[in-house]
Design a protein around this ligand. Structure first.
Ligand SMILES: Cc1ncc(C[n+]2csc(CCOP(=O)(O)OP(=O)(O)O)c2C)c(N)n1
Ligand SMILES: [Mg+2]
Length: 109
């Protein structure tokens, strides 16, 4: 998910009082652009975009958690579910490795 989409969706849900869960998979870079942005990345690290989306969601009035331990994923989903049941717009941010594979790549050809 493009980062700007994640932020605008959180804001929209909080403002509208919509208690659903957004899941952000944060690999801390623009992995898909690895081949296209080789030179600019080498010179200026242009692919590496940081950001704490859990902090941003909280600042916008939502409930959120940032998870970087795979063992904590299951409980985080249960807490997030509870938050939505209590009427909060929720966001879970999972820190992932830098993946470039698509699960659907080739499936539609
Ligand atoms: C508004 C907008 N600007 C630029 C692009 C071009 N673009 C496509 S993928 C991408 C990078 C995506 O990075 P990220 O969301 O971190 O996903 P990842 O490749 O790491 O899985 C960009 C800039 C776009 N699709 N939409
Ligand atoms: Mg990324």
């Amino acid at each position: 998910m493009l980062v700007i989409d994640a932020i605008s969706q959180i804001l929209k849900k909080v403002r509208s009082g919509i208690p659903i869960l957004t899941v952000v998979l944060n690999n801390s870079t623009m992995a898909i652009e690895t081949a296209h942005m080789a030179s600019s990345h080498e010179l200026y690290s242009t692919r590496d975009l940081g950001g704490d989306y859990a902090d941003m969601a909280r600042a916008m009035g939502g409930w959120s958690e940032r998870i970087d331990d795979p063992a904590k994923i299951q409980d985080a989903f249960l807490r997030a579910k509870k938050a939505t049941e209590n009427g909060h717009s929720a966001l879970l941010e999972f820190i992932t490795s830098e993946e470039q594979d698509f699960s659907f790549r080739g499936a539609l050809r």
